[in-house]
Ligand binder design. Structure first.
Ligand code: ZN
Length: 332
């Protein structure tokens, strides 16, 4: 192996070598109140309001608030209509809710929510377990939901669950994910998000899948929803950044799991992602210390410690928020 081919590199030059520059800013969507809480003991409405309040105070401006799915399947989120009424408290926040079918979408729209996120599984077994439908039926439902949301003047995002691996069937072919994206982009999907639902993705497969999907969704934002089950989430973020991806989901404290995906554990944590990006000079608009505060409160609400690394440590000495770093650059 020719050692000279290994350097000298910077992150920026590595990113530009594959045709992109590293993003200057990243848009983090907080999914703690939905993905994070769905397997936890049921929080009270007041606790959920406090959670969102703390997240907003830490700078979060995009939040997946809840889901409109079967209250018997996900009792922790059965108060979705009540929580939906409270969201007017935070006019600065772009809230979305998750739906898995036409019935849920109708209920969400009736509750006044206009930003919906339709989750579709990329395998027959998971589609059956998660939504009780075949994949073909799920695509049809997606087409119908996108139409309904647009008629109501809203935005419909599509999130593809188990985009990398299925807990029942193994590897998900990238071509299958690309086909789903193609069909739902044609139907008018406004955004696309790829879900590593069981946390098995590694950087090589993130790069391959993002590229495969982008070809089917020109001009669309491709987001990533990563779980940190095998401690690969931040490595996957770095790979995606080098492809110019700027939309990432994360949950406060690393909360989360999937009731229909055995073995799935926590989401990539918001405070770890924020620390990682801000330390590299990539703006998030979020404040790690404020995130740590609300993370500690949420740990009390759910009654157990949270897995995020930053719950135990502070940002390094000499750490500067990316916005300040950029300010320094522009002054020179
Ligand atoms: Zn998830």
């Amino acid at each position: 192996m020719d050692e000279q081919s290994y350097g000298p590199w910077t992150l920026e030059s590595m990113a530009s070598a594959i045709g992109h520059s590293l993003p200057r800013a990243v848009d983090i969507r907080e999914v703690g109140p939905r993905d994070g809480l769905q397997l936890e003991r049921k929080l009270t409405l007041d606790q959920k309001i406090r959670m969102i309040d703390g997240l907003v105070a830490a700078g979060v401006r995009r939040i997946e608030a809840t889901s409109f799915v079967s209250p018997t399947a996900v009792p922790a989120l059965a108060d979705a209509p009540e929580l939906a009424k409270e969201l007017v408290r935070w006019p600065e926040v772009d809230f979305c809710v998750l739906v898995a079918g036409v019935g849920g979408a109708k209920r969400a729209l009736a509750a006044g929510i206009t930003h919906l996120e339709y989750v579709i599984s990329a395998s027959e077994s998971h589609a059956k377990a998660n939504a009780g439908k075949t994949m073909a039926e799920s695509i049809e439902a997606g087409e119908q939901i996108i139409k309904m949301v647009h008629e109501a003047g809203g935005i419909c995002e599509v999130i593809i669950a188990i985009a990398f691996d299925c807990p029942f069937e193994g590897p998900t072919p990238a071509s299958r994910v690309a086909d789903i994206v193609k069909a739902l982009v044609k139907a008018g999907a406004d955004r696309i998000c790829l879900g590593d639902t069981i946390g098995t993705a590694t950087p090589d497969r993130v790069i391959a899948l993002v590229q495969a999907v982008r070809d089917q969704a020109p001009g669309h934002s491709i987001g990533l929803h990563l779980h940190n089950t095998r401690d690969t989430a931040l490595a996957n973020v770095l790979a995606a950044l080098m492809l110019g991806v700027t939309d990432f989901d994360a949950a406060i404290g690393g909360l989360g799991g999937c009731p229909f995906a055995p073995g799935a554990s926590g989401n990539l944590s918001t405070e770890d992602l924020t620390n990682f990006l801000e330390d590299m000079g990539i703006r998030t608009g979020l404040n790690t210390s404020a995130l740590k505060q609300i993370s500690a409160e949420v740990a009390n609400f759910v009654g157990h410690d949270l897995s995020a690394a930053m719950t135990k440590v502070e940002p390094r000495i000499g750490f500067t928020y990316a916005a300040n770093q950029n300010l320094v650059h522009t002054q020179h």
